[in-house]
Design a protein around this ligand. Structure first.
Ligand code: ADP
Length: 226
């Protein structure tokens, strides 16, 4: 599903953000990616979403070989990969429902389908009761779950969650993590970055550690000390 083979990314001459990184993620896996700030995590994600191109190495996602991608293939690729960030990036002048619907509107889906789909997705993230609220009326954890709803509304194969709990208190952080687990159980591959060891211990999932642009450990399951 996700295959990186000796991928190097050099932004400038000072060194590589990623250096010969090889990683294989199976469909439906839940992988936690840890590493200090500057380790190369965001670069890895930007390579997957094709915001950046590797300096060398091979990337294949869902059968799409990135060396062979044409510009017209990029929308299809981005559709396969949902992304949520630490700062939720919601539209403040739109309600919860409208924020999620917006992702479908820009994709050109018919109104009837949007009306049918949005409540279902809000149900997945446990926000049905807040559908008519505005982001400012929500807690941080609820806002992040709106962002997750928006990221999964087009049913991506992969969900990238880049430090999604970074701004949240523990209770709200775990609400978000439980939603990610649910989405994973429905069959979406999840790539999560976190600095929170409690979350890592709770999830008991594969942990890939990046340091200075290299994978320094890749552990299947179990307790792991950051
Ligand atoms: P992380 O997400 O783990 O904090 P990043 O992937 O953002 O790490 O950064 C890895 C390294 O690449 C850092 O040294 C960072 O300064 C550098 N870097 C990231 N993005 C750029 C860029 N657009 N231009 C130049 N250097 C960058």
């Amino acid at each position: 599903m996700i295959l990186l083979d000796r991928v190097t990314k050099t932004y400038n001459t000072r060194g590589s953000a990623l250096e010969r990184v090889s990683l294989h993620v199976e469909p439906k896996e839940f992988v936690i990616i840890v590493g200090q700030s500057g380790a190369g995590k965001s670069t890895l994600f930007k390579l997957l979403t094709r915001e950046e191109k590797p300096t060398s190495g091979k990337i294949i996602v869902g059968g799409m070989d990135y060396d062979k991608l044409r510009d017209k293939d990029i929308p299809l690729l981005r559709r396969k990969i949902g992304v949520v960030f630490q700062d939720f990036k919601l539209l403040s002048d739109r309600t919860v429902s409208e924020n999620v619907a917006f992702a479908l509107e820009i994709a050109g889906l018919p109104t009837a389908e949007i009306k049918h789909t949005v409540p279902k997705v809000l149900d997945v993230v446990n926000l049905k009761s807040k559908e008519n609220n505005y982001p400012r009326e929500l807690s941080g954890g609820e806002r992040q779950r709106v962002a997750i709803a928006r990221a999964i509304v087009r049913q991506p194969k992969i969900l990238i969650a880049d430090e999604p709990t970074g701004n949240l208190d523990p209770k709200h952080a775990f609400d978000v993590i439980k939603v990610l687990e649910k989405i994973n159980q429905f069959g979406t591959t999840v790539l999560l970055t976190t600095h929170n060891q409690e979350i890592v211990n709770y999830l008991k999932r594969r942990v890939v550690t990046i340091k200075d642009g290299k994978i320094i450990s890749d552990r299947a399951v179990g307790k792991y000390k950051l």
